[in-house]
Design a protein. Structure first.
Length: 127
C-alpha cells in the first residue's frame, strides 16, 4: 500500500509538472506541436480521425484559414510573427501583447469560428 501511495506521489511531484509544461504554448515550439495543442484547446479533436496524422492537423486548421506566414511545416517552429500573421495583426497593433496572450486570442477566435454550424452547399439538382 505504501509503495502504491509513494509511486502516485512521485508522479504528481515530478512527472505532472513536466506534462503540464509540455501542454503550454511556447514561442519556438514545433509547428506540429502547436497545431495539435491548438486543436486540443479548441475541442476540435472530434473533427479528426481516431489516429490523425500531422497533415490532418494542418489540414483542419487550413480549413479554418489558419496557417503560419510560410505555410505549415512539420519541421518548422512557431514564432510571434506567425501568430501576428494568423491574427492579421501588425506589430504596432500587437505591441505589448505577449506570445501566450496572442495564442489565447487565437484559441478564442478559433472556438468562435468553429462553433458555427455550417451547412455544406448542395449543388445537386433536386429530384
Amino acid at each position: 500500500m505504501f509503495k502504491k501511495i509513494f509511486g502516485i506521489s512521485l508522479f504528481f511531484i515530478f512527472l505532472l509538472p513536466l506534462y503540464a509544461e509540455e501542454t503550454k504554448f511556447i514561442e519556438g515550439m514545433k509547428q506540429v506541436d502547436f497545431a495539435k495543442l491548438l486543436i486540443k484547446e479548441t475541442n476540435l479533436e472530434k473533427s479528426l480521425s481516431s489516429s490523425p496524422t500531422e497533415d490532418e492537423y494542418f489540414k483542419l486548421l487550413l480549413d479554418f484559414g489558419i496557417e503560419p506566414k510560410n505555410g505549415w511545416n512539420k519541421e518548422g517552429i512557431i514564432t510571434r510573427e506567425d501568430l501576428l500573421y494568423m491574427l492579421d495583426y501588425t506589430e504596432e497593433e500587437a505591441e505589448g501583447i505577449g506570445f501566450e496572450e496572442l495564442c489565447n486570442q487565437l484559441v478564442s477566435i478559433l472556438k468562435e469560428i468553429s462553433s458555427y454550424n455550417y451547412e455544406e452547399p448542395n449543388y445537386l439538382p433536386e429530384e
